[in-house]
Unconditional design. Structure first.
Length: 194
């Protein structure tokens, strides 16, 4: 009996030896970043700009029977990243209408204040294209990480909001967001009004 206990104890000690287990951290999927090439988005809309070649512009179709209500609204799909830039265009006739559009934009952005750690406002002013506006970068785990509006101050107002089409954590999408942010600034810098 004594030898059996010593033998079993020896087996237990030998089986627990030398293998130290260390849990591995969670991995993030590998992302392939395409080369940045741009093409002109030019349609019947009263604006045009350069979009990435790996994106697809699609007319907004919230209600198929009522698509004429928003003829110049588009969704720019960044296919490799499952992200969409929603673009809405509004024409205005006076300062009061512009102020209402501006207030609506701020209200939509600051709805995310509950989840956002910080909302950074970056002013834009492009004398070449006669465009000014504000880019709102929302820090933290929010539904949208970037919103903007640009306008010529006379009659054109374009609003945009970037959304990832799946539930995300900011630390996992930050490199993708930084990559797409350059494309959005390219759009903002090349916008021409008609």
């Amino acid at each position: 009996m004594k030898y059996a206990i010593v033998f079993l104890l020896g087996l237990v000690l030998l089986s627990c030896g030398g293998n130290d287990y260390t849990p591995k951290p969670h991995a993030y999927p590998r992302v392939y970043y395409p080369e940045k090439h741009y093409k002109l988005f030019d349609s019947i809309a009263p604006y045009s700009f350069m979009i990435p070649s790996y994106s697809v512009m699609q007319a907004f179709d919230e209600f198929a029977s009522d698509s004429s209500k928003h003829p110049y609204w588009y969704n720019l799909h960044f296919l490799p990243f499952n992200a969409t830039l929603h673009l809405s265009y509004h024409a205005f006739n006076n300062r009061q209408e512009f102020d209402q559009l501006f207030d609506d934009t701020r209200r939509l952005v600051y709805k995310h204040d509950i989840k956002a750690d910080e909302i950074e406002e970056i002013e834009l002013n492009n004398l070449t294209t006669h465009t000014s506006g504000i880019v709102y970068e929302l820090k933290g785990n929010t539904a949208t990480n970037l919103n903007f509006y640009i306008s010529d101050g006379k009659k054109h107002f374009l609003r945009g909001a970037l959304y990832f089409n799946a539930k995300t954590e900011i630390d996992s999408i930050q490199p993708i967001f930084d990559f797409l942010k350059k494309d959005i600034y390219q759009i903002l810098g090349t916008t021409q009004w008609r």
